[in-house]
Design a protein around this ligand. Structure first.
Ligand SMILES: NC(=O)c1ccc[n+]([C@@H]2O[C@H](COP(=O)([O-])OP(=O)(O)OC[C@H]3O[C@@H](n4cnc5c(N)ncnc54)[C@H](OP(=O)(O)O)[C@@H]3O)[C@@H](O)[C@H]2O)c1
Length: 340
């Protein structure tokens, strides 16, 4: 079945679940994993020039035999001349156009001149080399500068977003909602992969139990409830199926007014993707996430004598230097007053 879509501010329909080829796959031959993802039912592939594997993504797309219009391809600008960069990506991917071209990071903007780079992104879209344009890892200041130009508003901002850092993105998320910029969330599973044993664990477990799913599925459902497009990845078929079941689970729920087996859903707004978590469950996840991830035991000073000793030595060193300076000044002024 097709992954449902949400509408971007330029009218294009983006599948709400993407298979990523970065993180653990950077520089790797991803032909098999991308083929596996497409075969399992993913239709949205998230790539980037910096991942140094666009040629393998292209090979997998070609091998899949899927029609170009049935796959959503995102890739990202990694610096240099924008037109050269997009042509290189197109050649490696073996396609004539992209669905979404993103500026990968504000750090890749030459001389910090986002206005010029954004003009080039608009030209790239105008030339038909991509259907949509957007940004990634953009904070509020950068987004404001683009919007201030009064030209095309980015369709997407792809950011590292999960329940533990959700509150810290508040200004960006509000700005994006105001300007109809869809947020794509990568690293959503950090509460499981990077920060286990935190305040979210019991909450995710309880909700997973209620819906008969896994904590990973609960996080994806939370993200969809917020209206985010989820960008995830895996090398494992079992996890792929797990991810896709988020969509299947929702589709199979007859009590939702927004469900359509064909996924051609008519909705009042993009937030129809309210998963079947209750608003109370979403709020509970927000609350537990706002407590922040667990502090690793080894990073607390008192629990690590070696670290404590190092800090004490530094403090003692600073104290000795300050004491010596004060003493020298006193001796000098004493000597001067004796001379007079
Ligand atoms: N724009 C950017 O700057 C940027 C930065 C980073 C990433 N991205 C994009 O986002 C994609 C996904 O990033 P991400 O890897 O951070 O996504 P993620 O969805 O947070 O994590 C995916 C990882 O979670 C693991 N996982 C899944 N279920 C698990 C479970 N139950 N227990 C333990 N581990 C589990 C998977 O491992 P297995 O393989 O073992 O299943 C996989 O490696 C990247 O590939 C890339 O396309 C973009």
């Amino acid at each position: 079945m097709a992954v449902p879509t949400t509408t971007l501010n330029d009218g294009n329909e983006i599948p709400v679940l993407a298979f990523g080829t970065g993180s653990k796959f950077k520089g790797k031959d991803v032909t098999d994993v991308v083929e596996q993802a497409l075969e399992a039912g993913f239709s949205h592939i998230d790539s980037a020039a910096i991942y140094a594997n666009e040629q393998y993504v292209g090979a997998a797309i070609h091998e899949s035999g899927l029609a170009r219009q049935d796959i959503w391809i995102t890739t990202k600008y990694d610096g240099g001349d924008p037109l050269d960069a997009v042509h290189t990506s197109l050649r490696k991917l073996g396609v004539r156009y992209l669905d979404l071209y993103l500026i990968h990071s504000p750090f890749l903007i030459g001389n910090g001149d986002i206005e010029s780079l954004w003009d080039n992104m608009i030209k790239i879209r105008g030339a038909g080399l991509t259907r949509s344009i957007g940004v990634s890892n953009f904070t509020i200041g950068w987004l404001q500068r683009i919007v201030k130009t009064g030209k095309v508003v980015p369709a997407v901002n792809q950011i590292h977003l999960h329940p533990y850092n959700y509150a810290s993105w508040k200004d960006v998320l509000e700005f994006c909602a105001k300007h109809d910029i869809v947020t794509e969330a990568y690293g959503c599973l950090a509460p499981i992969t990077t920060y286990p044993d935190g305040p979210l664990d019991p909450v995710l477990a309880a909700i997973a139990h209620r819906i008969g799913g896994s904590p990973a599925q609960v996080i994806f459902k939370w993200a969809h409830a917020k209206g985010f497009v989820v960008v995830t990845t895996t090398a494992r078929r079992t996890h792929l199926d797990d991810y896709l079941r988020v969509i299947h689970l929702r589709v199979s729920l007859p009590r939702s007014p927004f469900i359509s087996v064909s996924a051609d859903v008519v909705t009042p707004d993009r937030f129809f993707f309210v998963a079947d978590l209750t608003p109370e469950e979403v709020a509970t996840i927000d609350k537990a996430g706002a407590q922040g991830p667990p502090v690793p035991a080894q990073s607390t000073i008192l629990s690590c004598p070696k670290q404590l000793h190092a800090y004490l030595r530094i403090a003692l060193g600073i104290f000795v230097i300050l004491f010596a300076i004060v003493l020298c000044r006193r001796l000098v002024s004493l000597a001067l007053s004796c001379m007079h």
